[in-house]
Design a protein around this ligand. Sequence first.
Ligand code: HEM
Length: 376
Amino acid sequence: MQTATLPDTGIDPLRAVTDPDPYPYYRELATRQPFYRDDRLGLWVAAGPREVAAVLAHPDCRVRPPAQPVPPALAGTAAGDLFGRLIRMNDGAAHAPLKQILMPMLAGLDAAATARRAAAMATMIDAGAAAGTSGERVNRWLFTLPVVTVADLLGLPIAEGGKAAEVAQRVAAFAAAQSQLADAHTVRAGADAAQWLGAWLAGATPGDGPLPALHQAAHAAGIDAQAVAANIIGLLVQACEATAALAGNTLLRLGRDTPQSELPLDAVVARVAREDPPVQNTRRFLAADAQLCGHAVKAGDAVLVLLAAASCSGAAAGERPWTFGHGRHACPGDRVAQALAAATVAALRARGADPAALAQAFRYRPSLNARIPHFL
Ligand code: HEM
């Protein structure tokens, strides 16, 4: 069994996620140890672009441990029920028909329309904006505008009844409960949030948007309405942390590197997605003994897939940045996410946010996979 042979610098593939500058380390791993066993972490690690793509393409590499479809901390709660119905992070055949309906719907969401709707939603947020220090305000915008814009694009009545801020806050609570670092309080808040969001959605009459057609297609395919509802909430959750991270990392890039302020914002966001990516890794779990990248791996083994290492190796993942994944589970929201991040940064700058000042005072939120700045 191979172990890490790089000099011990105190960094490892999990600490790298929130390290101030993990990219020299990632580059070194991608070149010198593209696939290895990290005995201390108890994980296989894929870091080279070829190895990352091979793991994501392997039929025995599943998104959840086969015996554990729902994270144990959430099992038996409303958040666990909701998680179990998501097409995301699920290889089960039962989820395939809904996935086939949802994916084209997401692909049909247009980047220009996303930017327009985000600008309208920003004006709505202004009306209900609370006071606070500038860091706090920026954090709240990062976690609100992308989520309410996705809700609005889907045709959910997000502007009605002054619910937008609470919807965003509940979505963030549900997303936070899925973290492996979540404590008991965060898990409880996530379960409450799942229940609240389910009730809100049940009482919401969709307006203009793709939802009526989605419900119809799902009904015709015999898919149960609860699964559809769970996946609508799932889309809001998808739009939450990673998009906040992409927008936040774009603010940092603008704050540190003024020449980039001259580039169109979309181009800066696209660069940040490659060079300081919001999602740094994902995991796969072996459903059977297999040969993977020249190594014999066992059923039940876990592989940490370093998307960020593949990204800084210079090899392309096709047209999309590695941070959006690759292969069977690749993110269908990549274009919308980049449009949302650009619109969020634009809205913040239009309201006086100063990237240079923000880049002076921030930390990364504790996370084992997402690089999300928290401004102080
Ligand atoms: C910057 C923002 C985003 C990033 C970095 C991101 C990244 C990812 C990644 C890495 C995966 C694959 C996970 C894996 O293979 O283990 C994924 C899956 C997914 N994403 Fe995103 N995502 C973002 C935003 C969004 C948005 C805005 C939506 C929808 C509105 C979305 C919808 C989905 C869905 C439905 C899946 C599941 C695909 C499947 O399992 O087949 N994502 N995303």
